[in-house]
Write a new protein. Sequence first.
Length: 305
Amino acid sequence: MLIFWIIFNAVILVLLFVDLAVLNREGRVVSFKQALVSSAIWIALALAFAVIIYQWMGAGKSLEFITGYLVEEALSVDNLFVFILLFSYFKVPPEQERTVLFWGIIGALVMRGVFIVAGVALVNRFHWLLYLFGAFLIYTGYNLMREGDEEQVDPSKNFVLRMARKFLPVTTEYEGKKFLTIKDGRKFATPLFIVLLVVETTDILFATDSIPAILAISRDSFIVYTSNVFAILGLRSLFFALSGMMKLFHYLNYGLAVVLMFIGAKMIAGVRYHIPTWIALLVIAVVLAISVLASVMFPKKEASN
């Protein structure tokens, strides 16, 4: 099994290298059309991998992968609100957004891998953790439902940001793609480095609900990890494809809240009662489709001045 982990990660690293170093080495702003094409490619790769899983591990594992991928992709779309807020707050140049997201994804892959392996091991060893994770997801979904589409992240309150500004010398201007620079013989961090730190620490917060959510779908660490990876890889393309339309999906948070509460309930009930994966997939797909459709049919009214 180890050889499949090595091959999978090697292929992913090659794809990321080709994406950044070959296809986008000039650091241009990503167009809407290019982002749509890239998103379609990553989705197609995920579906192709689901077919490989089907041939290799059977229909059950393939369905677990697709369900986990859908859950993680939906949560990733919600996370785009946070990234848009962060980039706006730090006034990141549009041509450098891709750089931050690229290295953010590299860090996320490492952290998610550690969290997933640890999470699967803990759940298999301490079965009662399923109740704890399930209750946490229900609580998270309830809070998300209560907050609705209001902004939930204030970058200025980020602990890592406050510590970085306190202990690191930071330049006032961006230095292209550079995270570190030297001025007058002293090494400085650039604002781009600070943005990357905030993105990485924010991803840890994202993982606190996404990892337990997918553990309710599957406890196969390979399935959990690969579905996470494909969702994360598609996040960059989705960001550029949807960043201009995110305000349209103002009911998405309510749909995600229902999904989290459903998955939490499934995790708790699943300790004694088996709930087929296809039922979970159907419920999740229907809830998300309704929230997106409702957002389009009933657009949010702008507050009058």
